[in-house]
Design a protein around this ligand. Structure first.
Ligand code: CA
Ligand code: CA
Ligand code: CA
Ligand code: CA
Ligand code: CA
Length: 369
């Protein structure tokens, strides 16, 4: 083999790994799992078909007009995109290599403005990037300075607002299992700074993170192991509690990787923890409180009359219980779709699917009775 050929193969392999074009077929979804369908989907992300590009969504609920609510999605080698509830692209920002995104409302800056803001993990710069969300248009504007992480490669991220103190925190993890917690404080007239308050460690690659503000806990998905729970206040114990029913070994229809996590509240302390069970294209639900017992699983299949494909190999997801417009009276679940198709059934680049929660609610809980 001559030098040029070796070089070409090398580039091909590097390109393949970097863009994730070695995706094969999604895993098999068990027949026993309840199927729902997507109500809508976002436009495909700006990436090649087959590239692992879209990753994690966050739902921003408009303060007064629910139908103006938006979905912020990460596109790994591009930036952030903002979609409306019909999946149309509203804004697109080149912001580096954002992996996961989360948001919170009600942060007071030093100039007195109270903002909604999003945080994403930027793998290009190994930083946390923060963006204020325009309360009317939903447009994003970056907040300075960025928060430098000491992790080898930032990966998963979530925000936490303490119900005890009102303080805001960022939890961020790296592929080696390390995790940092930063306290967010206003700086200058309209900036936000992060101060490292705690570090943690799990043994293998984590990603999914979500905080339950009311209950003061953070859930962490270790991709090939299961879900951990830890106390979120920086003054509390760093002990991790394992969710025993979050593994295939528990006999539940769960297959690694454990990916995106989100919380659907049904009351002050009741509701569900949702986890993407990426290996079998399903979503597992656990009780929000107590021992987080397993509740059930569902998949998002295709719906012939709506002409939407289902979702497979989901990375990130987000959910809101707030009533949005139209079919989303009980809220909306948004999931990344690893294998997106056009209405004609042709493979296209990845996107995000929107599911009305009432479908999940009626099917899964009726089944569980
Ligand atoms: Ca993926
Ligand atoms: Ca997220
Ligand atoms: Ca992952
Ligand atoms: Ca799909
Ligand atoms: Ca589609």
């Amino acid at each position: 083999m001559n030098k040029l050929n070796i070089f070409s193969i090398y580039i091909f392999i590097l390109g393949g790994v970097g863009c994730g074009i070695f995706q094969e077929k999604p895993g098999v979804t068990p027949d026993s799992v309840v199927r729902v369908w997507a109500e809508n989907e976002t436009v495909p992300v700006p990436a090649a078909t087959g590239a692992d590009a879209a990753d994690d969504p966050a739902i921003w609920v408009h303060p007064t007009v629910p139908e103006k609510s938006l979905i912020i999605g990460t596109v790994k080698h591009f930036g952030l995109e903002v979609y409306d509830l019909y999946g149309r692209l509203k804004y697109s920002y080149r912001t580096g290599n954002p992996n996961n995104v989360d948001l919170r409302k009600g942060f007071r800056l030093n100039d007195g403005t109270v903002i909604d803001f999003a945080a994403c993990s930027d793998r290009a710069a190994n930083e946390v990037a923060l963006f204020r969300i325009d309360p009317e248009s939903g447009a994003l504007r970056e907040i300075k300075p960025r928060i430098k992480s000491a992790l080898a490669e930032v990966y998963g991220i979530c925000l936490y607002k303490s119900a005890v103190t009102g303080d805001f925190y960022v939890f961020i993890n790296g592929k080696d299992g390390s995790m940092e917690q930063f306290k967010l404080m206003p700086i200058g007239s309209d900036g936000i700074a992060g101060t490292l308050v705690r570090t943690f460690k799990v043994n293998s690659q984590p990603e999914g993170l979500v905080a339950d503000d009311r209950l003061g806990v953070v859930y962490l998905g270790e991709e090939d192991l299961g879900i951990w729970k830890l106390r979120a206040e920086p003054t509390e114990s760093k002990e991790l509690t394992f969710l025993e029913e979050s593994t295939p070994a528990s006999g539940r229809p769960i297959q690694y990787d454990i990916e995106g996590l989100a919380i659907y509240p049904t009351g002050d302390t009741t509701g569900y923890l949702i986890a993407s069970s990426q290996g079998n294209n399903t979503y597992a639900l656990f009780e929000r409180s107590g021992r987080n017992r397993y509740v059930g699983s569902f998949a998002v299949g295709s719906h012939p009359s709506i002409r939407l494909d289902g979702s497979e190999e989901t990375d990130g997801l987000d959910v809101t219980a707030l009533p949005l417009s139209g079919p989303y009276s009980k809220g909306m679940l948004v999931v990344q779709d690893g294998f997106n198709k056009t209405p004609e059934g042709k493979a296209t680049s990845q996107n995000f699917k929107m599911i009305r929660w009432s479908l999940v609610d009626s099917l899964i809980f009726r089944k569980g009775q």
